[in-house]
Write a protein that binds this ligand. Structure first.
Ligand code: SAH
Length: 350
């Protein structure tokens, strides 16, 4: 029985695609030996493309104010328990300056959807300042959905990359995870625009989100194959105590590792982070993620004082340590499994 799944993994490795029923078969039927089989192959692919180098990106969570109300997210608008904060332009810049000293050559600016306070013009100004101070660095934005002209303005200001997880490629599930006001079509349209505008574009989904089925995840794999993003951010769903999804179980750790391996085999050159959520669900989750084919880690560069406030889910790691400690920890963890953190922009390789 398991032999059948190993043959499907072989096929994915050579043909880089599976049909929807085949995806479902793998996602539903895998056991530990199948998962290890996929991880071994994915790790070999990753070593072939990137060697034993791990790209790092410093993430600056500059505002937790959000107009949206995603049912899973700890910084959703309706969470009155969240203490809101916003960083000034100077504060954002000094996080990047500090990060540069540690060896970061990519800065990721992430926030809730806080466009009133941070319209595209303001972000464009911040991007220009970062680029002027550190011309050898890449700037990634992760600000949620925006309009075409805004995305264009920020791209012209020098932003290199944009992360916008599609969250799920199945519209019916999208509607169960988000209030009616939010539009599946608009999120998809944004991803299309991002690619058109020449951003290195990241998509991705949560694994084990409430109501998610293997069929939904199969849709994600088909969608990603078709979109061919430069990056795929995917980690387990983790509940947050002040959200409507507080009583749902965590996403599967093993399933997350399998999906990482499947993504690597499907899109060999894709930038694939071992996410913070993966490091939260299991102490050595990020190491295991790398061993399953991931090649990127995104340590936190936010000021220690605000970290606890950017709580997307309960138990998020790295909220107590300073940026330097977080990076040292990552370097040691990577060394312990035979990998080395690299000082580089870590662009997508054509
Ligand atoms: N406002 C931005 C950034 C969102 S936070 C945007 O809309 O793109 C980044 C990612 O964290 C989200 O895309 C989501 O996939 C993930 N996330 C949010 N809540 C989570 C939870 N409870 N468990 C796991 N991941 C979560």
């Amino acid at each position: 029985m398991s032999d059948r799944i190993k043959r499907l993994i072989d096929r994915l490795e050579t043909k880089h695609t599976l049909t929807k029923p085949e995806w479902i078969e793998v996602l539903d039927g895998f056991d530990d030996s199948d998962r290890e089989y996929a991880a071994k192959k994915a790790r070999a692919v990753s070593l072939g493309v990137f060697g034993s180098n791990i790209y790092i990106r410093g993430i600056v969570e500059f505002s937790n104010v959000c107009r949206n109300d995603c049912y899973y997210c700890g910084i959703r608008r309706s969470n009155k328990a969240a203490q809101r904060y916003r960083l000034t332009d100077d504060e954002i810049l000094s996080c990047c300056d500090e990060g540069y000293g540690f060896g970061f050559r990519t800065f990721v600016l992430q926030s809730g959807e806080d466009y009133k306070e941070y319209p595209a013009e303001r972000i464009a100004g911040i991007v220009k300042r970062i680029k002027a101070a550190h011309p050898d660095c890449a700037v990634t934005l992760s600000l949620g959905e925006m309009e075409y002209d805004d995305l264009k303005l920020m791209r012209e200001a020098g932003a290199d990359r944009y992360l916008l997880r599609h969250e799920t490629a199945a519209k019916a599930l999208y509607q169960k995870l988000h209030p009616d006001k939010m539009s599946f079509e608009h999120r998809m349209k944004c991803l299309k625009w991002l690619k058109e505008l020449g951003y290195q574009t990241g998509a991705g989904m949560m694994i084990g989100a409430p109501y998610q089925t293997s069929e939904d995840l199969a849709e994600d794999m088909l969608f990603l194959r078709n979109l061919e993003p430069h990056m795929i951010g995917t980690g387990p769903f983790l509940p947050h105590k002040d959200t409507p999804f507080k009583d749902f179980p965590k996403g599967g750790y093993e399933l997350t590792l399998l999906v990482l391996s499947l993504c690597r085999l499907m899109l060999p050159r894709v930038l694939l982070p071992a996410t913070t959520a993966l490091g939260t669900i299991r102490e050595d989750g990020r190491e295991q993620g790398v061993l399953a084919g991931a090649n990127v880690i995104m340590p936190n560069l936010s000021p220690t004082a605000v970290r606890k406030k950017y709580m997307l889910y309960d138990g998020k790691i790295g909220t107590a340590s300073a940026a330097a400690d977080g990076l040292e920890d990552i370097k040691n963890r990577m060394r312990s499994i035979g990998y080395e953190v690299m000082i580089s922009r870590g662009d997508f390789k054509l």
